[in-house]
Design a protein around this ligand. Structure first.
Ligand SMILES: *Cc1c(COP(=O)(O)O)cnc(C)c1O
Length: 465
């Protein structure tokens, strides 16, 4: 499989190079040159397969030419063997038509583990021959940081520097990062906001001195391999609910448009997806874009669902690329205009096509709390606020009564236990596998919100070896 950039002028890469590169050199995002197809017979043959075998069947075409089926299987076994539930992503029934797909049984309690555990394995495999040492630098508002650290801690040839805004992530989130004491893990608490941290990371990637000293890589969801890993659970869930003989709808709590884009890929591959519901909180740029074509960024409003508090959703560019007939030059023009104006309107023909598959809903804090209580009272489940945004959207939209609706449960309720307790009166306990999180030693560097200080720290730590 070859990978091409959404902006049309970066070199075409194989799976290995696209995984290590993250962002394309023309500023675009890598996508497969074609969408592999699974026939009804191929999908029927997934019935009864476990998660790892399903993953191998779904992902093999994307890694073709770089990894054999057996190599892919070994990486999946290592990645998903660390999950605490044998089904990896179990389905839970809420009522006669609503289901939850629990994606939070990995080491850090959010769905990001499903992709990052595999990405950690892929990085190690690709760097194993020696040669380059990779330096991963990222900024996190919570979930990505711990999942990425957990995925690469202790691995050779990889170092990770993770910036978080001091005092602005929850205690659980901070401790999940700072109690990992492996020598290749560097947590940096910066004095400032998440946006300040993110801006420093972007600046570092464009800094000639840093680029010549380090082989930099990114672990956010612009990395194609992350999205690829997420396609699997759409197949896994739909097959259990009757696909290919029956259509299934999915509701996805959305921030950067990565998770729901994986559902779009599943549909393009042949999975009978009746609807993809893009559920946003009050930071609703995607809801406005999909309902009226208004793709314009404002400022971020903090909510009880911080992992969805986002204004610009990077992966939306991948959908626009397909909607524009894969015309990279057209996308480059649209994205340049968007960078300049922070706003654009989606052309009517593209919008009509998108709405053939996508619906959207904006869920405010009250609707989120109501859904949390509905899950508790009717479905017997304590869910997290992000999942509740998805469930509220799933219940709000009208879909044929015979189509099952699966809400993606993106985080364990214990990860956001203050908000869960406010809505339900129940304080979810941390799962046993995190047991002594609050007794463990923490280690992190505190730095001022100053780019030069952060850069100097990273360069000197790497030089120390
Ligand atoms: C990251 C995250 C999301 C948003 O996912 P995207 O792929 O960015 O759309 C939703 N819920 C939780 C708990 C997350 O950590």
């Amino acid at each position: 499989m070859q990978y091409i950039s959404t902006r049309g002028s970066a070199p075409t890469l194989d799976f290995r190079a696209a995984t290590l590169a993250g962002l394309a050199s023309d500023g675009g995002l890598y996508v497969p040159a074609v969408w592999p197809q699974m026939s009804a017979a191929d999908i029927r043959a997934l019935a009864g397969l476990d998660y790892v075998e399903t993953a191998v069947r779904v992902m093999t075409p994307f890694v073709a030419g770089v990894l054999s089926e057996d190599e892919l299987r070994a990486l999946c076994q290592a990645a998903y063997g660390r999950f605490s539930h044998d089904a990896v992503t179990p389905l839970v029934q809420l009522d006669h038509r609503h289901w939850l797909l629990e994606l939070f049984h990995g080491p850090t309690l959010a769905f990001k583990d499903v992709a990052l555990q595999l990405l950690g394995q892929l990085f190690e495999k690709f760097l194993g021959g020696g040669g380059t040492d990779l330096t991963i630098v990222g900024a996190t508002s919570g979930d990505t940081g711990s999942a990425a650290i957990e995925a690469v801690a202790g691995r050779e040839h990889i170092r990770i520097f993770m910036l978080h805004p001091e005092g602005r992530v929850s205690d659980v989130q901070r401790r999940q990062m700072t109690t990992v004491l492996a020598p290749n893990v560097h947590n940096i608490a910066i004095d400032g906001s998440f946006d300040d941290a993110q801006a420093m990371v972007k600046r570092l990637f464009g800094d000639a001195e840093a680029r010549s000293a380090l082989t930099l890589s990114a672990v956010n969801s612009i990395n194609w391999a992350r999205l690829m890993a997420q396609i699997v659970y759409y197949f896994y869930a739909a097959v259990r609910l009757g696909a290919p003989g029956r259509q299934v709808a999915f509701s996805v709590p959305t921030g950067n448009f990565g998770d729901v884009f994986a559902g779009y890929v599943a549909a393009r591959m042949g999975l009978p997806v009746a609807r993809l519901i893009v559920a946003t909180n009050v930071n609703d740029i995607l809801h406005r874009a999909l309902s009226s074509g208004d793709y314009s960024a404002g400022s971020v409003t903090p909510t009880a669902t911080p992992s969805m508090d986002i204004q610009v959703s990077s992966n939306f560019e991948r959908l626009l690329f397909d909607l524009a007939g894969r015309d990279g030059a057209a996308i480059a023009g649209m994205m340049d205009a968007f960078d300049r104006d922070r706003a654009m309107s989606i052309p009517a023909d593209m919008l009509t096509e998108a709405r053939g598959l996508f619906s959207s809903a904006r869920i405010d804090g009250d609707a989120m709390s109501l859904a949390l209580r509905w899950a508790q009272e009717k479905g017997g489940q304590i869910i997290d606020p992000h999942s509740a945004v998805g469930l509220a959207a799933a219940r709000a939209l009208e879909i044929d009564a015979d189509i099952p609706v699966v809400t993606l449960a993106t985080a364990h309720p214990a990860k956001f236990r203050d908000a869960v307790e406010r809505a339900t009166g129940v304080r979810p306990a941390l799962p046993a596998r995190l047991g002594n999180l609050f007794d463990r030693e923490e280690r992190y560097e505190r730095l001022p919100g100053d780019y030069d200080a952060v850069k100097a720290y990273i360069l000197s730590e790497v030089a120390r070896g």
